[in-house]
Design a binder for this molecule. Structure first.
Ligand code: SDX
Length: 428
């Protein structure tokens, strides 16, 4: 029983709503009995004031720009950890010992190959298919190949499916890229790190050895860490909702990929770089800032703004620093980075952005880095999906194990016609 109650008076009836307190962050008003007690629903399109579940994975303080994974600040994880270690942390709740990390990394490496039939699945797509269309299709098809890990009531099968998904996403994403450029697929090389293996499968060719550049591998691994999980964002909520019906994990992750594709969500990294290319040089920035402020203009600054962060997205801070590291390592420079820096500077001085608390988010700088490494913009969201898979899988496992979890089935405010009788077509 909650110690604290909130009181609601509605239609001359007063009810008490339990107030639940987490370990940190806003309290929640438990409205699970509201409809039964009042006959009214709550109404919250976009869920701006709604907590959908209890979770111990990721905490965000949007006002302070804080992001914790199992309590550890994203800045510390990005600087000191690895994507495999953060994946273990998200899936298991604690940082691993060296042996635990070695075992986990070994297990993941043993699932990096795809069923050979799946490589023919790619050939059904046009060569110019968007990689996210391929990711949706191939990941959704995994359940047709891995029947032995689709019984969600079996913890062992859930564990194997989780490892398969984390392990196979780099292979699936790399194959999507290879297919789009007409190059042969490369099999995984498990002597490489998770991220090094991905870089080789993406940029290597059978005709010659591929040397992983350590600074690029480190930057890519850090980018994966920055995208690993993010509380109950749209795609994670999609995975949870799909999972709440008992759908198999591969279908749930495919649903998450589909949702992530949208330009308001994970598709923003591709849209942000395309926006920077459209702006071109810094002298054009004021014009685009005015467009972003114009209510009659659908143009928005992509990579800016966030439902939760009303401060600087801590991931964008790390991302901006990583740009210079990659430029130095690859001895490249992209003038779009200067344009991005100037755009951020001018936007953050503008009252519109200040009042609406619009700051760069994780997607604002990522495209500059990914482009410098050699990825086409169409691959950016596929990379986001690759990294977010461990977060989706961890959230899905947490949901399945939550005794309070039932099938998600929101209600509505109905504004359509009230009941009326059918009129035969001859009498209309
Ligand atoms: C991700 O949820 C997550 O955690 C997502 C994510 C994750 O890791 O999973 O962090 C990843 O999706 C990051 C967000 C990527 N999307 C973009 O960069 C697209 C551009 N941003 C916007 O579309 C917008 O900011 C959203 C979608 C991110 C957030 O939208 P909200 O919370 O619904 O806010 P809103 O659209 O109601 O905007 C509030 C106001 C509006 O003005 P008013 O109607 O109040 O006058 O701010 C304006 C908006 O017009 N606004 C912008 C803007 N973003 C919001 N104006 C110009 N440019 C923008 N980018």
């Amino acid at each position: 029983m909650a110690d604290k109650q909130a009181t609601l008076t509605y239609n001359d009836k007063t009810i008490d709503l339990p107030v639940l307190e987490g370990s940190v962050g806003p309290e929640v008003l438990d409205i699970r009995k509201l409809y039964g007690q009042t006959g009214a629903f709550t109404y919250d399109p976009g869920y701006k004031s709604t907590g959908s579940c209890e979770s111990a994975l990721t905490y965000i303080d949007g006002d302070e720009g804080v992001l914790l994974h199992r309590g550890y600040p994203i800045g510390q994880l990005a600087e000191q950890s690895s994507f495999m270690e953060v994946s273990y942390l998200l899936l298991n709740g604690e940082l691993p010992s060296k042996d635990e990390l070695d075992d986990f990394t070994y297990t993941i490496s043993r699932h990096t190959m795809l069923h050979e039939q799946l490589s023919t699945f790619y050939r059904g797509f046009r060569r110019d298919a968007h990689p996210m269309a391929i990711m949706c299709g191939v990941v959704g098809a995994l359940s047709a190949f891995y029947h032995d890990s689709t019984d969600i009531s079996d913890p062992e099968q859930r564990k194997i499916a989780s490892h398969r998904l984390v392990a196979k996403m780099p292979t699936i994403a790399a194959m999507a890229y290879k297919y789009s450029v007409g190059q042969p697929f490369l099999y995984p090389d498990n002597s490489l790190s998770y991220t090094g293996n991905f870089l080789r499968m993406t940029f290597g060719v059978p005709a010659e050895p591929y040397e992983v550049v350590p600074a690029v591998e480190k930057a890519m691994d850090r980018i994966f860490i920055l995208h690993a999980d993010h509380e109950q964002n749209a795609s994670t909520s999609t995975v949870r909702l799909a999972g709440s019906s008992g759908a198999n994990p591969f279908a749930c992750i495919a649903a998450g990929i589909a949702c992530l594709w949208g330009p308001a969500h994970g598709g923003a990294n591709e849209a942000a770089l395309n926006m920077l290319r459209e702006i071109g040089t810094p002298d054009k920035i004021p014009h685009y800032i005015e467009r972003a402020k114009d209510k009659n203009d659908p143009f928005r600054l992509m990579g800016f703004g966030h439902r939760v962060y009303k401060n600087y997205d801590p991931r964008a801070t790390v991302m901006q620093k990583t740009v210079r590291e990659v430029f130095d390592a690859l001895k490249v420079n992209d003038p779009l980075f200067e344009t991005a820096l100037r755009l951020e500077e001018l936007a953050l001085q503008d009252d519109y952005f200040i009042e609406k608390k619009l700051f760069p988010n994780v997607d604002f700088y990522s495209g500059v880095i990914l482009s410098a490494i050699g990825f086409p913009t169409t691959m950016f969201t596929a990379l986001f999906a690759l990294a977010r898979t461990v977060g989706w899988v961890a959230q899905w496992n947490e949901m399945i194990s939550d005794p309070a979890q039932v099938i998600g089935r929101p209600r509505q405010l109905y504004t359509g016609p009230t009941q009326r009788d059918y009129v035969p077509v001859g009498q209309r």
